[in-house]
Design a protein. Sequence first.
Length: 270
Amino acid sequence: MRIYGPLLKGGTTLVGRSALERAHESAFRCAEVEYSRKNTSTGCVLIDRDFRIRGFNEAYEAATGLSRGEMQDHLLFDLFPDSPDNSENQVDRVRGSYERVLRCRRSNTLWVQRYDIPDPATPGGFIQKVWTLNHQPLVGNDGTVIGVVQHAEDITALDCVLASLARTLSVAEADDDHWWDVVRQLGTVGRALPRYRETYLALAQENNQLREAQASRAVIEQAKGILMGQHHCSPDEAFQILRQMSQATNEKLRDVAAALVKENAGLRSA
């Protein structure tokens, strides 16, 4: 996985940015590394609340035909506009899915989405594509939804098989050759569907694990902040105190952190 320098939009570096902006930038970097490590065959891209690309894996680069320099920190819909040959308003539908995820903090899936992509070899041209797009909320260390994670599975080949099958079945007087073609294509679909099902079951499990990891990271950061205030220590020293508490009580680090946060909230409300 390639990790590049901390350049943000407009060439600005992390220096001089607010603590919240730096925290969000760190969260995007951690998520990019995590998703790139776990999803090697499915395209994955991280989008912030302004619809700007903040990270992606190599499978996404391969699927789009664009390099990191061409995509990183660029607006998603500027890079992938509506295709003039696609009447489905692909941008509006995908943007609507993103906005539902940001608003409701829940995943949203477009199971069959026609979304043509620009053809790098033909200026002004597009490559026809059909996708299954799974969108998940990306939660920062402060517990807020800072963006969306898109998993993009290219199902263009499967869509072509189903379209061909539909055309074959529409023949009024199908002969034996037509029906054998139907059987062969059904076999292709049958072999493909279990693979897609397994892919999305694996994605769902990975997303649950990542959400749990992000929630744990958020509560640990809160607990460190409490300890830093109580002991006037550095973040590393606060984390060591948490580890010692975890070892002494034989409890998981996140459980110790959650208990400390809850106890501190109770003291403040008393």
